[in-house]
Design a protein around this ligand. Structure first.
Ligand SMILES: Cc1ncc(C[n+]2csc(CCOP(=O)(O)OP(=O)(O)O)c2C)c(N)n1
Length: 367
């Protein structure tokens, strides 16, 4: 027993993670799950129109984001990125503001669908609903970072089905050629809504495709949080050295239905759903922390009480916020300052182009 503890304790220490780090990682996994559960309850209670979230994906997301510089680096999420956005700095209240479509929602002022997280100050980019479109955006950020020598790394996430999109392949191709500082994450939960992986991906695995784009591809078990961290750390170091992108395939379990508009029991065998629950990172990481003596029953209960309080407070605070003013419905949808020299309704190409009207003379946005 002592031998086992010593060996497993060395696992996180050997990766450069402190005891506090791994306890904090567990906090975020559990916080994300509690927020997730709350979002579903709110949707079922008629307080939110739709939920799409990430139960089962939290372990790999926390592991991956732990390897990033949360201040300096960029994150381009997808709808399952609840835990990753929390680690990056979004609060449960901010995420619930999006679910309730409140005016103060940082993602979009209540305009985006739930699950489309973004936060300009935290360098979390807004994503579009068509799956795959976040990948070229991430490559664009990475390309700019390389040209400007900012040292910023970009991480972008997608599901396995999303890798069938042309955007995905074009992004890897470009990033490989220009050796861009980007980490391509695929959270492979083996389903795209009800379509199984075998109908989306031929070949051994998704990571193997990296070879065709001249970058390393790695597979990691999403229920092994420390392994998820290790591969992301390696990818981050590689990007920082200027060696270019990495493709990471995290194999995860989708513990619930695709979204609140889906019923997975109609297309997944009961045994498969049961087996998925055994790989829940909330359980596997808790078992690890217990095995190394870090998560005592007392600590666990205190953590759960803290999380429940935080989620309750966040729910009340977000729900109390006002809805957007209908008079602002068109804000951020259409350009409002049309400069005739810049915008030519007759189809004539004007030139030379003046500075964009939204740019200040110093070239800063919003001037
Ligand atoms: C281009 C496009 N096609 C279809 C959809 C509808 N859609 C939304 S999520 C989704 C499944 C994507 O599956 P996957 O990438 O495996 O991610 P998962 O939801 O399993 O995490 C689909 C088909 C969409 N949003 N965009």
């Amino acid at each position: 027993m002592v031998l086992h503890e010593t060996r497993t304790a060395a696992r996180h220490a050997a990766l450069g993670l402190s005891d506090q780090d791994v306890l904090d990682m567990y906090y975020y996994i559990a916080l994300a799950r509690a927020l997730d559960d709350r979002m579903w309850v709110l949707q079922r209670a008629g307080k939110a129109m739709f939920v799409i979230s990430g139960p089962g994906h939290e372990g790999c997301q926390v592991g991956a984001m732990w390897a990033m510089d949360r201040q300096r680096d960029w994150f381009v999420p997808f709808y399952r990125s609840v835990a990753a956005c929390l680690v990056k700095g979004m609060t449960p209240r901010e995420m619930l503001l999006g679910l309730f479509a409140r005016a103060t929602d940082p993602s979009s002022g209540g305009r985006q669908m739930p699950g489309h997280y973004s936060h300009p100050r935290l360098k979390i980019l807004s994503t579009s609903s068509p799956v795959g479109t976040q990948y070229p955006h991430a490559v664009g950020i990475a390309y700019a970072a390389k040209l400007r020598r900012t040292g910023e790394i970009t991480m972008v996430a997608i599901g396995d089905g999303g890798t069938s999109q042309g955007d995905w392949h074009e992004s890897l191709n470009w990033a490989g050629i220009y050796r861009l500082p980007v980490i391509f994450v695929v959270e492979n939960n083996f389903y795209a809504i009800s379509v199984p992986l075998r109908k989306q991906v031929a070949g051994e695995n998704i990571a193997a495709r990296a070879a065709g784009y001249g970058m390393p591809g790695v597979v990691a078990d999403g229920s092994d949080v420390l392994e998820c961290y290790r591969v992301a750390k390696e990818a981050h170091e590689r990007a920082r050295r200027g060696d270019g992108p990495t493709l990471i395939e995290y194999r995860v379990q989708r513990l619930g239905s695709h979204s609140s508009d889906d019923q997975q029991e109609r297309y997944r065998p009961r045994e498969e759903i049961e087996a998925a629950r055994q790989r829940d990172p909330l359980l596997t990481f808790r078992a690890y922390l217990e095995s190394v003596g870090l998560l005592t029953e007392e600590r666990y209960q205190a953590l759960m009480a803290r999380i429940k309080r935080e989620i309750d407070e966040a729910t009340d605070a977000a729900e109390a916020e006002p809805l957007p003013d209908p008079a602002t419905a068109e804000q951020h949808l259409f350009a409002t300052q049309r400069d005739p020299a810049f915008y030519d309704p007759d189809g004539q190409i004007p030139g030379p182009h003046p500075p964009h009207p939204w740019l200040s003379p110093a070239g800063k946005w919003g001037g």
